[in-house]
Design a protein around this ligand. Structure first.
Ligand code: BES
Ligand code: MN
Ligand code: ZN
Length: 479
């Protein structure tokens, strides 16, 4: 469960001190009952882009203007950002709840605004002592107005929870969240939402021949885990499951190929973000009863140097029997994902999507603003994914998997090696994974957006849960 919970309700009457309005422009102010002084105050504001604050002392009215004739992704993102600005005002005024007015014109926008307001209010306070004071928190958002459906309100509420769950897991330091604890968190999430969980421990992982996960784990003092989470509703639209694979490296030092540059290890607790994302998506699916057969596979370990650690030059044999020459122990994510992708085949999947903080190269290429995608799933599925990217503003850039890139990971002594040269690093990682799939597959490299060192609108510093909203939107398109 997320530490922080925002109650999101539908109400028939206003009850909160703060009230939020989303309207077309100043000409539409007639919808509100305003005094002539208030009207002239609003028209005096120089920037129609800024929310207007009317402090009536008995209530605080917050007015956001936006072109409601647009309903596309950019419009929704604009509303999310405005929601985050509202959060900043509430924080400043120390107000914990707000009523948002819904009408038939603003419905899509006001939901997006509430989303940005909630997501921008996220905080990770678990390790603050009482001495550091009680920080402001948003506790309640109420939609007032007929047009919104109770189901839309519930869905938004679960979506926000799912994002908070993934952010909490990413923000949790590795000293408090090793691979075993991570798997226990997944079991708890399953119990509270309704998905099944089955955790494989070291003996079973060995018996299954997961040479990648075992090798990466060799330098760790904690055993690896492999979590299998299943959501199988009676009314599923898909016979064959959709499988989500998430990288669960709870901490990445690089192993014996120790991460070189100053600071490059500081935030490597985020290397299980892919695992957190796919678990949060299953949480949403179970809570909202999505009629889809879904399975999440999450291989988890930390990656550390030690006397027994796997070393550059080692050759390991993976779950599908292919051999890999390890030439850099910092390219560990692809090794544990490869085993999971190979195991996925046994479920005869309709589609497999893996989510991973896989390469600095993806992050260098497009920064925090998007997700690098590759795969063989075909134009229609990639089209849907890109559409979801626009809807949620977790946008997708597709990189190619041209044959020629495969040359870069040829090994002299094994079926492949785990690194290419410096160029096209995100792609050679994708090419590596391609060796372990023989079904429709999409690879999402979230190394750029998974974790921020400074807030970006409603995405806070720290874990962002990037990918959760994208995948939920994508899965909903398949229903
Ligand atoms: N976990 C890292 C990738 C990463 C980098 C995630 C920055 C988040 C932020 C991954 O395991 C890694 O170390 N990748 C290497 C691969 C290289 C050795 C081929 C990289 O990208 O440098
Ligand atoms: Mn690494
Ligand atoms: Zn890593």
């Amino acid at each position: 469960m997320p530490d922080m919970k925002i109650e999101i309700n539908k109400k028939t009457q206003y009850g909160s001190y703060a009230k939020g309005w989303l309207i077309q422009d100043r000409k539409s102010l007639g919808e509100l009952v305003l005094s002539s002084e208030e009207m002239s105050y609003i028209t005096r504001q120089p920037d129609e882009n800024q929310p207007v604050v009317l402090n009536r002392y008995t209530e605080l009215i917050l007015i956001v203007f936006s072109d409601l004739s647009k309903e596309d992704g950019a419009f929704q993102e604009h509303c999310r950002k405005k929601g985050n600005e509202i959060a900043a005002i509430l924080r400043k005024e120390n107000i914990n709840q707000i009523d948002l007015t819904v009408n038939s014109e603003n419905i899509k926008g006001i939901i997006a605004l509430a989303e940005g307001l909630s997501l921008g209010s996220y905080q990770f306070n678990k390790y603050r002592s009482v001495a550091s004071g009680t920080p402001w928190s948003l506790t309640q958002i109420n939609f007032v107005g007929e047009p919104i459906l109770q189901s839309q309100v519930n869905e938004l509420s679960v979506l926000v929870q799912a994002v908070f769950i993934a952010r909490d897991l990413v923000n949790e330091p590795a000293s408090h969240l090793n691979s075993v604890k991570l798997s226990e968190c997944f079991v708890a999430l399953g119990a509270s939402s309704g998905f099944e969980s089955d955790i494989y421990h070291k003996d079973k992982i060995k018996a299954l021949g997961m040479g990648g996960l075992i090798a990466v784990n060799q330098g760790s003092i904690d055993p690896p885990t492999f979590s299998v989470l299943t959501w199988k509703p009676a009314n599923a639209k898909n016979l064959k499951p959709i499988i989500l694979v998430g990288k669960g490296v709870v901490y990445d030092t690089g192993g014996l190929s120790l991460k070189p540059t100053k600071d490059s290890m500081d935030y490597m607790k985020c290397d299980m973000a892919g695992g957190a994302v796919v678990a949060a998506v299953l949480y949403f699916a179970a809570k909202c009863n999505l009629p889809l057969n879904l399975i999440a596979l999450i291989p988890a370990t930390d990656n550390r140097p030690d006397g027994n650690a796997y070393a550059p030059g080692d050759v390991i044999v993976m779950h599908n029997g292919k051999s890999v020459e390890v030439l850099n122990t910092d390219a560990e994510g692809r090794l544990i994902l490869a085993d999971a992708l190979s195991l996925a085949k046994e479920y005869d999947p309709e589609l497999v999507i893996d989510v991973a903080t896989l390469t600095g190269s993806a992050s260098m290429a497009i920064g925090h603003q998007g997700i690098v995608a590759m795969g063989n799933a075909g134009e229609s599925l990639f089209g849907s994914l890109k559409k979801s990217g626009e809807n949620t503003w977790e946008r997708i850039v597709e990189f190619p998997l041209w044959d020629e890139y495969g040359e870069l990971i040829k090994s002299d002594i094994a079926d492949m090696k785990n690194v290419g040269s410096r160029e096209a690093g995100a792609i050679t990682a994708g090419k590596f994974l391609e060796n372990f799939v023989d079904y429709k597959w999409i690879h999402l490299d979230i190394a750029g957006p998974a974790f921020l060192n400074a807030p970006d609108h409603y995405r806070p510093k720290g874990g962002t849960a990037s990918g959760v909203r994208l995948l939920i939107d994508f899965l909903k398109q398949l229903i």
